[in-house]
Design a binder for this molecule. Structure first.
Ligand code: URA
Length: 193
């Protein structure tokens, strides 16, 4: 079966998930936007706009994300964008540890199909979901990490969550500089997007 058929099947399987209580309180499971490929962006969880429209990062944080990506030379439509947790937590609270655990197999299944070369984590929840440990974002967002999934190594590039920049716009220039750095890594890996 072609990898994209696998991905389609996988994404439809997500839609009937009842592994935690979040699905009961949200409108729909929000899986991804963009293009499946070697560069995967992971956020925290859908907010109200994402829950209503069915795609990740389509609200204010998403608009800011797209602006930063474009400024750094990326076409957002050519990246694969998803979240650590696929259902909106009530009132946009942080996902609880048991919700993260319940949803992690889906993120790992996405990685298994996509076989990413570079995974960008946006915010602390995404770092926890991808690396399996907590690292303060301020420190992590100047570094690159190596992670492994099913014997395949990939690079992890933590950065600030766009909501953190909405809360503190002084972070904007550093945040864009980080995306420029990530863009250079993407190019150096021969993944010109
Ligand atoms: N914040 C996230 O982490 N993900 C979204 O999809 C939207 C806002």
């Amino acid at each position: 079966m072609a990898w994209w058929q696998n991905l389609n099947q996988l994404e439809s399987a997500f839609k009937s998930c009842r592994r935690c209580g979040l699905r009961g309180g949200c409108s729909q499971v929000v899986v991804s936007r963009g293009t499946p490929g070697p560069v995967v962006l992971v956020g925290e969880a859908p907010g109200a706009d994402e829950d209503a429209q069915g795609f990740p990062f389509v609200g204010r944080a998403g608009q800011l994300l797209d602006r930063m990506l474009k400024e750094a030379g990326f076409d957002p439509a050519r990246l694969y964008i998803t979240n650590a947790v696929k259902c909106r937590p009530p009132g946009n609270r942080k996902p609880a540890p048991e919700e993260m655990v319940a949803c992690r197999p889906y993120l790992m299944a996405q990685f298994a199909v996509l076989q990413p070369e570079i995974v960008v984590t946006m915010g602390a929840t995404a770092i926890q979901a991808v690396l399996g440990r907590t690292i303060p974002v301020g420190r992590a967002s100047t570094r690159f990490y190596h992670a492994r999934h099913r014997e395949r190594e990939f690079l992890v590039a933590p950065c600030y969550h766009p909501s953190a920049i909405l809360r503190d716009p002084r972070k904007y220039p550093d945040a864009v500089a980080r995306w420029v750095d990530i863009r250079k890594r993407v190019e150096a890996a021969g993944l010109i997007l």
